[in-house]
Ligand binder design. Structure first.
Ligand code: NAP
Length: 255
């Protein structure tokens, strides 16, 4: 059983998909959860459902590409819930899909700004509190795309490779100060992002059938486990749902 009672978690991109499911799972494990996304009404509604079910959740509208908004949101979460013990850097975008020679360079920069800049801004905003407390957990949601180039996904692959190095740098700088940072690749998960990929028809992932995709509850279980003491020895690593040894430790069947 994963017990996160007494912990405060901030989840980005909690309006749908993996982030929503992670927020619900962390709350079920006893954490107080702050849900953030650009879709304020969606995160408010999910937080309302968590509270109605006996959990503790608050919601904030936050575009992680706007770094001032990120700082203000982290401060609001700390003021409302006391502190942030856990940051799940989940918010991410995939577009633009296409060869680099075809896509809008500004769209490439937006992907880098959201997937790398936004994650770094969120970490930067919560680190002072974690360092003062002498403990904290940051989970950066990675992808196989961080490590292998995929057709039409230059912006996304480059951004996730940047996020991978952010994980390593955070672990290097803050690991001995009590802040555990993990990268985690969730596999192919049945979310809106995968619907966009299928609709594009570009690259190998677009060929996957929806029935081939995992439910978001699977990676959410691993992410909740990474926030627990049981995962302490894996801090600093880039982990993947494809690792059978990791699944065994979490108590999940191999796919
Ligand atoms: P999704 O269904 O498209 O959800 C993405 C979430 O990110 C939404 O809640 C969205 O909320 C939020 N978001 C996007 N841009 C944002 C911004 N600028 N500021 C704040 N929030 C923003 O995607 P998903 O599949 O759940 O993906 C979640 C994470 O897993 C991403 O980092 C993705 O790269 C990674 N991942 C997914 C898969 C997969 O198979 N699904 C595989 C590998 C990695 P708003 O639109 O309301 O802002």
């Amino acid at each position: 059983m994963i017990d996160l009672s007494g912990r405060v978690a901030l989840v980005t991109g909690a309006s749908r998909g993996i982030g929503e499911t992670v927020a619900r799972r962390l709350a079920e494990a006893g954490a107080a959860v702050a849900l953030t996304a650009r879709s304020g009404a969606a995160v408010q509604a999910i937080a309302g459902e968590i509270n109605a079910a006996g959990g503790k959740a608050v919601a904030f509208t936050c575009d992680i590409a706007d770094f001032a908004q990120v700082a203000a949101t982290a401060a609001a979460v700390e003021s409302e819930l006391g502190r942030v013990d856990v940051l799940i850097n989940n918010a991410g975008i995939l577009d633009p899909i296409g060869g680099l020679h075809e896509v809008d360079p500004e769209a490439v920069m937006t992907t880098l700004r959201v997937n790398v800049g936004g994650a770094a801004a969120c970490a930067r905003a919560v680190l002072p509190g974690m360092l003062a407390a002498g403990r904290g957990t940051i989970v950066n949601i990675s992808s196989g795309a961080a490590h292998s180039p995929l057709e039409g996904w230059t912006a996304y692959c480059t951004s996730k490779a940047g996020l991978y190095m952010l994980t390593r740098c955070l672990a290097h700088e803050y690991g001995d100060k009590g802040v555990r940072t993990y990268g985690f690749g969730p596999g192919v998960v049945d979310t809106e992002m995968q619907a966009t990929i299928r609709a594009s028809g570009v690259g190998p992932v677009a060929k996957l059938k929806r029935s081939d995709l995992a439910p978001a509850a699977r990676p959410a279980e691993v992410i909740a486990w990474l926030c627990s003491e049981a995962a302490a020895d894996l801090a600093g690593q880039e982990l993947s749902i494809r690792d059978p040894a990791l699944l065994q430790r979490v108590g999940l069947e191999a796919a």
